[in-house]
Ligand binder design. Sequence first.
Ligand code: ATP
Ligand code: MG
Ligand code: MG
Ligand code: MG
Length: 439
Amino acid sequence: MRLSRYFLPILRETPKEAEIVSHRLMLRAGMIRQEAAGIYAWLPLGLRVLNRVADIIRAEQDRSGAVELLMPTIQSADLWRESGRYDAYGKEMLRIKDRHERDMLFGPTNEEMITAIFRSAVRSYKDLPKNLYHIQWKFRDEVRPRFGTMRSREFLMKDAYSFDLDQASARHSYNKMFVAYLRTFARLGLKAIPMRAETGPIGGDLSHEFIILAQTGESEVFCDRAYLDFPTPEAGIDFDDVAGLQATVDHWTSRYAATSEMHDADAFAQVPDGEQMAARGIEVGHIFYFGTKYSEPMGAKVTGPDGQERPVHMGSYGIGPSRLVAAIIEAGHDESGIVWPDAVAPFDVALLNLKVGDAGTDAACAKLQGELEAAGLTVLYDDRDERPGGKFATADLIGLPWQVIVGPKGLAEGKVEVKRRATGARETVAPDAVPAYLR
Ligand code: ATP
Ligand code: MG
Ligand code: MG
Ligand code: MG
């Protein structure tokens, strides 16, 4: 992609309304634009990151056996009257009337709708277990939308819903999501710690929030430092191995980790002194087993092996891709701008032409762009007629993992410069050797 043809509205000044660094950087780097309080347009650069985050989430959901569908954003109030949540949900729900005066709403979550979809199609235990998910925009009329896409009113969510015959198999479904989440966050370059969360009236221990430690986080958390060194489950892990998966989950819940709502000071005191972490964190995911809370009132039943009908056991599993984009920046930036992990960077390479209009430099850059793209890398080629200083600043701000810097002086000596954004390390390389160097 040539920057001269792209749409990258960089802000020179630091926006005053932005309180935290990720919000400031997303605005400055031209990733998002606020359209109303808590409602954002995703500009081209931001959208590329959001899509990459969603792709990693999708790949790990699929690997675990979950099946993707897509439900609408607008829902009928009648569905929510069936579960009793229409009145209970309160002001966070955006309620809408259509032209026939029918009550509609912009979905804040999808338990009711997925339960209706499930009950219309599944009758027998033989069709279980099932896990259905989608990645769709949600709306919650947050009291205090803030921190940009970290807490917005319209936001993207991956929400999955599992259906099982009984509690034991529901636990296995829960464990699958638990492991898929560990893998997802690790692939995003994040250390997310599963922490026990409130389960509401159903009780039990089957709810975990996945929390990233960050000073700007809104949650107060307490945990054992040991979690930071726990290994991520391998890609080849067998999701059908009930005992194996349980052992992984047991390991990942063996140490102390809780948010302030679940905090037990006495239990925390048992954690060795140097290992205690009282910190702030960002909730990036939340998984939940809630039994027959929706299947019972909504009549989502299957016949068991004994011929008896019974309500299915369900769980729901959320991740916020739009919040994650901000969280990744909170975890990866320096004074010059964003430092993307390779896995989610909007482009792999910033190719900087230091003398646009110089025939040799232009030709070398065009050739490099072609070769890098042929090697499978994505390239943002800064071909604008601007001073080098401005190009360096832009490249640092938008944080692409590699910068390839091409000028007439270097070319005369048969060299271009390659800079790794994360470390600042620079190396001079022959133009022909660049694609191999970046692989
Ligand atoms: P919070 O405690 O931050 O309000 P929540 O517990 O209400 O979040 P869940 O219902 O558990 O959120 O939703 C699942 C995931 O959706 C969250 O873990 C988070 O990643 C994301 N999410 C929830 N609310 C927002 C929001 N307002 N803006 C962006 N992402 C959100
Ligand atoms: Mg909330
Ligand atoms: Mg929460
Ligand atoms: Mg939650």
